[in-house]
Design a protein around this ligand. Structure first.
Ligand SMILES: Nc1nc2c(ncn2[C@@H]2O[C@H](COP(=O)(O)OP(=O)(O)OP(=O)(O)O)[C@@H](O)[C@H]2O)c(=O)[nH]1
Length: 391
């Protein structure tokens, strides 16, 4: 089934918006992280160059350049400086300055070593000394200028690193919040779907177990209720009764007034039976105009027979519907647990046979399974209750 049909439109919109937000935050976090890494690399590179510059300055001050450079390979000096500073080759202007400086240092290499502690006033300058001093001053000036520029660039890259870090933090926090909200919405949707599923299952179960016309339990549910009633009676060591009731003269109602009026009669008869029984008893519609009543936890069998007669009398009362007075009767067969049978199916069979006997014995009466088996029962000697009293 498509997501479109599982989720309602507002939930769908929320989930899409949150996932897009989370995605956007991830993209921003990724971009900021790469910017942060770049800034960090740039910072490391600049710090390294600064360190090299310091080393170079120290080398110049300590007059170590000729020693660092191979003395027999003059051409190495510019390269040494380039390597030392590791400036990018596309930075043409810097490269040119470097080469110049390298050339100056190269020249200096050929001069006698300089003595920085030497007092310029101490005596006349030696040949090459002016060149040495010029080269040193130029190197210092260049290193200082480079340092300032590099320090600025370093500060800038550190600021960019910091700013990118903040972006990463915000984007990750927003992505986490969006993911959390997504999860919450999803849980709510799942819960809702699960409730819907349960409600649908319950309603399907109810439909499968109920007679659609009267709302009474149907044949399917009867079996279960019957087993429960027998188990309870066995546990409590008491009786339980199964009464099968069939309407008398129902077909003429249908034939005279139509099927719809027949339905009204079936519904009214069902209501009358339900209202005459205890909540723990069960009345089921088996189909057509046949019903089964389970009277559970009966201490005295006489009580069950009285209830069955009461039902027959109540059903036989006229039914007023609009301007019509409708009449049907009822016959019933009753079987008792454990007197007549020990299980539900057998009880139902015996009650059905007793009903058959009631129908063929004149209708409008209750026949018990005991009467059929033994030919007599003390229950049949019960005085019949006048219909007027039960009305
Ligand atoms: N209105 C209506 N009629 C139904 C329904 N189910 C079955 N019937 C009808 O109920 C009638 C039952 O037939 P019978 O049991 O022979 O009717 P009866 O007149 O009570 O016969 P006896 O039991 O011999 O007295 C038939 O006419 C069925 O068509 C239903 O759901 N609604």
């Amino acid at each position: 089934m498509s997501v479109k049909y599982i989720l309602d439109a507002p939930s769908r919109r929320k989930l899409i918006a949150l996932s897009l937000l989370a995605l956007l935050c991830c993209v921003v976090a990724g971009w900021a992280a790469s910017r942060m890494i770049d800034a960090q690399r740039e910072g490391e590179r600049l710090a390294h160059v600064l360190h090299r510059l310091e080393s170079l300055r120290a080398a110049i001050l300590s007059n170590a350049i000729p020693a660092v450079a191979a003395p027999d390979d003059d051409a190495n000096v510019p390269r040494l400086l380039a390597d030392c500073l590791q400036l990018s080759s596309d930075d043409a202007a810097q490269q040119r300055r470097l080469t110049k400086l390298g050339a100056l240092l190269d020249m200096r290499q050929r001069q006698p070593p300089i003595n920085l502690d030497q007092d310029p006033q101490a005596g006349p300058m030696q040949p090459g000394e002016l060149g040495n001093t010029y080269v040193l001053l130029a190197a210092h000036a260049w290193i200082d200028a480079m340092k300032v520029s590099l320090e600025d660039r370093l500060a800038l890259s550190q600021a960019r690193h910091q700013e990118s870090l903040q972006w990463v933090q915000w984007a990750v926090a927003a992505a986490l919040i969006a993911a959390l909200l997504f999860g919450l919405v999803l849980i709510r949707v799942m819960r809702h779907l699960s409730h819907q599923g349960h409600a649908r299952i319950s309603s399907l179960e109810a439909k499968a177990n109920r007679d659609p016309l009267t709302g009474l339990p149907n044949r399917r549910l009867l079996q279960d209720r019957l087993e429960q009633a027998v188990l309870r009676a066995r546990r409590r060591r008491c009786h339980a009764a199964v009464v099968v009731i069939d309407l008398d003269g129902f077909k003429p109602v249908n034939d005279t007034h139509g099927h719809a009026i027949g339905d009204v009669v079936l519904r009214r008869v069902s209501k009358r039976m339900k209202s005459a029984l205890r909540s723990e008893d069960t009345v089921c519609r088996m189909g057509g105009d046949e019903f089964v009543v389970i009277i559970g936890e009966v201490d005295d069998p006489v009580y069950a027979v009285r209830r069955a007669r009461d039902l027959v009398l109540r059903i036989s009362r006229p039914i007023r519907h609009e301007d019509k007075v409708l009449r049907v009767g009822a016959s019933a067969g009753l079987a008792l647990f454990p007197d007549d049978a020990g299980d539900g199916t057998e009880l139902l069979e015996l009650a059905d046979q007793a009903l058959y006997a009631a129908k063929h014995g004149g209708r409008g009466q209750v026949v018990t399974a005991g009467e059929m088996t033994h030919g007599h029962t003390t229950l049949t000697s019960l005085p019949s209750e006048p219909a007027a009293r039960l009305a």
